[in-house]
Each structure stands twice: as C-alpha cells, then as structure tokens.
Write a protein that binds this ligand. Sequence first.
Ligand code: ADP
Ligand code: MG
Length: 449
Amino acid sequence: MTDQELWQKVLNEAEIKLSKANFITWFKSTYVSSQKDGVVTVAVPNGFTKTWFESKYNKLIFSSLRNLNNRIKEVCYIIENKKPSFNMPDASVEVEEIEETQLKLEGLQIDKETNLNPKYSFDNFVVGNSNDLANATALAVTKKPGVLYNPLFVYGGVGLGKTHLLQSIGNKLKDKKSVIYLTSENFTNEFLDAMQNKSPAAFKNKYRNKDVLIIDDIQFIAGKERTQEEFFYTFNALHEQNKQIVISSDRPPKAIPTLDERLRSRFEGGMLVDIGYPDYETRVTILKTKIKNKDISLSKEVIDYIANNIQKNIRELEGALNLIIASCYLYKNEPTLEQTKKILSHIIDKPKKPISYKKIFSVVSNFYEIAESDLVGKNRKQSIVFPRQITMYLMREEMKVSYPYIGEKVGGRDHTTVMHACEKIENTLKIRGDFEEELNLIKQQIYSV
Ligand code: ADP
Ligand code: MG
C-alpha cells in the first residue's frame, strides 16, 4: 500500500470515530511521511498537533494502522509541511471546539505533586501599570520566600492574572522548595474528606510540611467555619516556621464578608497588592507575546481591533485571540479585519444582556452573603441596609427604571427611600477609595453568565 493509500484509510476510520470538528481540526494537513522497518512516520503541521496526536490519538492511529498491516510496530510524528493537504470535508467548524481541546491538552500537563501548570511563568507574564507592583512583590517572594512578604495577598477581578502570578511563584520555586498550589475550594473539599474518613492527621501533615503554600481564590472559604479554622491553624503552623504563604482573592480581605476576624488580620498583616485592568499598551503586548511562538503574524489593525474591544478581562482577550489563531490554522491564512470582526462578532457585538432585578438581587445577596429575603425585608442592621442600598442603586444605574418601580420591588418602599439610597451609594463612591472596585466586581458578576 502506498503512503497515501494507507493514510487515506486511517483518515476514513478517524472520520467515523471523531466529531467532524475534531477530525478536521487535527487531521487536516497530515500525511504519512515515510514507512520503514515497521515504523510509520506521520507528518503533522505544528507542535501543538504533534503533542495532541501523541497524547490523544496515538492509540486510534496505531490500531487502525495495525489493522491494515500487522507488520507495523510503531508510529511516530514529525512536524513537516511538504505535501498538500488531503481533500477534507468542508471546514465549517465551530472554532470554540478547538479552544475546548486546547484546555484539555493543558490539563494533561499539570503536575500531580504540586498542582502547578508549567505554562504559567514570570517570563510570559506581561507587566504593565495594572500589575507591576503585584509582579514585583511576587518576584521578591521567589527571591526570599518566607522572609519578605508573608503572606503575599494578591487581589483583583476575574481574568486579570492572579492565578498566572501565583503559579509563576510556584513554578519558580518548585525545584528548590516543596510547593503546593490549590484553590480554597480544593482545600475545603479535602478537609471535609479527611474529616469524613477520619484521617485529619494525614491532611494536616500534607499542608503543614510544605515550604510554600499557595491558595487561590480564598474568598470561597468565607462562611465555612470549620475549614477556616483548620486553615487558620495551617497558616499559623507555616507562618511560625517562616514558610511562605501566597493567597489570592477577587477582593481585599476586608471586603470578604464572614471571613474569620483572625484570618482577616493575618492576611492584612502581610503584603496586600492588587491587579487592575490592563491598559491599552499592555493589552497589545499581551496579544503580541501570545502569538510570538505560533508562527502566525497578525496585522496591526487586527491586533488593535481585539485590544480595543476587549478591555477588562485578559482571559477573554486570550479567548478572542485563540479563535483567530484557530482560524489561521484551519484556513491557512491570517484573517483580514473584516474576517476578524466576523469571527469575533459573537463575543464583541454581544448586545449587553438586558438584566433583571432578580439577577441583581441574587448577585448582591451572594456577594454580601445575606439572604435575598433580607434585601426586601425590614432589618435595619448596617450589614443588610448597605447591600439593600446597593441593590437599589444598581437597579437605577443598570436598568434605568423609575424610583417608584424600584421601591415597589425592594419590599414596597417609598420612592424617597430609594432616592436616599442612591445618593448614599454615590457619596460612598466619592469617599471610600476602594468601593468602586467592589461595585465593579458586583457589576461584572451581574453581566457574566
Ligand atoms: P485570574 O486568576 O485573575 O482570574 P488568570 O491568571 O487565570 O486570571 O488569567 C487569565 C488568563 O490571562 C490566563 O491564561 C493568563 O495566562 C492570562 N494572563 C493574565 N494576565 C497576564 C499577563 N499579565 N500577561 C500574560 N498573560 C496574562
Ligand atoms: Mg484564578
């Protein structure tokens, strides 16, 4: 059988076994480069596909080759682009599927011991106005772990690089120190498991014997009393021995309601740094950095378009870029501005979803950890009155509805009460420097999902 015949048969089988999107994405531009002594060499167009074939499709390819010719002992993959690609079905592929596969591929690289993903490093973390302090303190921590800033507490909105920075610290230290990275949700679940299986000692040892403990998204620990208590002891045990602790959160410690007072003061006793929204230059640099190793060049206007339209979330910025990259791989050319607009239209032109007061109720009550019924109730405690006023303010600002309407929905209150609430929040915005950030977080949650 010629190389071409052999490979066409493999393709036929793969086409049946895989989804159309996956089949086209991965098998387009592949061919058998050579067959010798029972070794078949398959050419793939780039390193990304090579890794994917080796880790995911090797079994499928090998067994279908074996069925065709049982003298084949081995398959290997090389990056090569010599022959024209095979005739493929029409490439009307959902590019999101490629993103999904990419995520899975990344999942394969996570280190079992430390939970660290090697893709995050200081080298590929772009520094700008919004994150230079966070970056500098994180780097300082890697130079003198446990000594300088302990704990280091990094906070900021969704998709702005907290996880990236935390993991970079871990990756930089992991060869010299015993490092463990986990989210506060994982910590909670493991703790509960340990309690149920009556193995608290193993749990304690696991975390108290580390040199560096990195806990991501600590806000989820709020309200969970026993977990917080356990975390407090772990924290102290490590801190006393000058072991480094690094924590992230979507907001500063004092804005996490129902965070144990003892923990709050421990966190505030360390170094607090925030990460803000990236400015335009940083966004452009991020985009350029991410395409550097992909042998793709995008025009200035395409890069500008993405950077101008996605401003508040680096994950979304990357997501948009990945769609463009996927399209480059699929169609073998760099998209024009018009094509870019089309590819990204579902992300960028997404009409701002009309929001309902119910959504505001649920986000605000979740954020401040109070019951929704308290928002419309009569309780005069400050910890409830304030979120209630925020609710009214957000209904006014985001839904543009009338004061009487708001009053009616928020427990049948008089319109003057609503006006007073809105004024109160506007004043708070002027006086309390960090309040705008808090409000932005709430808005972000209202508009996401
Ligand atoms: P967070 O944990 O704050 O929600 P992540 O750290 O997960 O955000 O960042 C979201 C994505 O954006 C990640 O893929 C990350 O690598 C990327 N990213 C964030 N900040 C930067 C940066 N300054 N330079 C390069 N990539 C970044
Ligand atoms: Mg994160």
